[in-house]
Ligand binder design. Structure first.
Ligand SMILES: [Zn+2]
Length: 229
C-alpha cells in the first residue's frame, strides 16, 4: 500500500511539474548564445512586425515572462530573448509576434483567449485566499467539512485556470505552427540544421501557460501570493 501511494505521488508530481520542467530545459538548451546569428530576438521581432505591417506594435524587454500585450500593443521579451542571439530567442520572438498578427487580424479565437485570460487574475486571488484562510476559518468554526470544502473549492478554482489554458491552446499552437514556423522557414532566418531546435522551442512556447497553470495546483508558495499586492 505505501508503495502504491508513493507511486501515485510520483505520477502526480510528474504530471503537475513535468511539463514546466521540460519547457525550461528546452528553452535553456537552445538558449545558448550564437555569435553567428545576424541579430537579437528584439531585432528579429521588430523586423517581423514591420514585415507584417505592424509598425505601431512596440518591442520591449520584460522580467515577467515573454508575452504579447494586446492593450499596450507590445511584444515583451525576457532580457535573454530580447538581447540574446540564440535559437530560443529567435523562436520565442517569432511566436510572440504571431500573437500580434492574430490580434491585428481580429482572429476570433485570439479575442476569446484574451477575454478569458482577463479572469485569471481574480480566480488566482480567490483560489489562494480560499485555501490560505481555510485553517483560520476552521479555528473559529471548528467544522472539518467546511475546511475540506474550502480546500476543494480552492483547488477547483486553480484547476479552472488549467482548463482556460487548455481551451485556448489552439491559439498558442496557431502562433507557433500556423504562423511562426512558416515565417521562419520562408524567411530562412535559421539554417536548416537549427530548425528542429526551433520546432522544440515553438512547442515549448505553445505549452507555457498550460504548464504554468498545472504547476500552480501544487505550488503552495503561490497560494500565498494573493496577499502580496
Ligand atoms: Zn503564446
Amino acid at each position: 500500500m505505501p508503495i502504491l501511494a508513493a507511486l501515485l505521488l510520483v505520477v502526480l508530481l510528474a504530471v503537475v511539474f513535468g511539463p514546466q520542467w521540460w519547457i525550461r530545459r528546452v528553452l535553456r538548451r537552445h538558449g545558448v548564445e550564437r555569435p553567428d546569428f545576424p541579430g537579437t530576438g528584439a531585432e528579429l521581432a521588430r523586423h517581423l512586425l514591420d514585415e507584417a505591417g505592424l509598425q505601431q506594435v512596440k518591442v520591449e524587454p520584460t522580467e515577467h515572462g515573454d508575452h504579447y500585450d494586446p492593450e499596450a500593443q507590445a511584444v515583451r521579451l525576457l532580457p535573454q530573448h530580447h538581447d540574446g542571439r540564440s535559437v530560443t530567442a529567435v523562436a520565442v520572438a517569432a511566436h510572440e509576434v504571431s500573437h500580434a498578427v492574430q490580434h491585428a487580424r481580429g482572429e476570433a479565437a485570439f479575442a476569446l483567449r484574451w477575454r478569458l485570460a482577463k479572469h485569471l487574475g481574480w480566480i488566482d486571488r480567490v483560489a489562494g485566499a480560499t485555501i490560505v484562510l481555510a485553517p483560520v476559518v476552521f479555528i473559529f468554526a471548528k467544522l472539518p467539512l467546511l475546511f475540506a470544502l474550502q480546500i476543494a473549492a480552492g483547488v477547483i478554482l486553480f484547476a479552472s485556470e488549467v482548463v482556460i489554458h487548455m481551451v485556448t491552446l489552439p491559439v498558442e499552437l496557431d502562433a507557433s505552427f500556423g504562423k511562426a514556423l512558416p515565417v521562419l522557414t520562408r524567411g530562412r532566418y535559421l539554417a536548416p540544421a537549427d530548425m528542429p531546435a526551433a520546432r522544440s522551442v515553438l512547442t515549448a512556447a505553445a505549452w507555457t501557460y498550460v504548464a504554468a497553470a498545472l504547476a500552480t495546483l501544487l505550488n503552495v508558495a503561490r497560494w500565498f501570493r494573493v496577499f502580496r499586492f
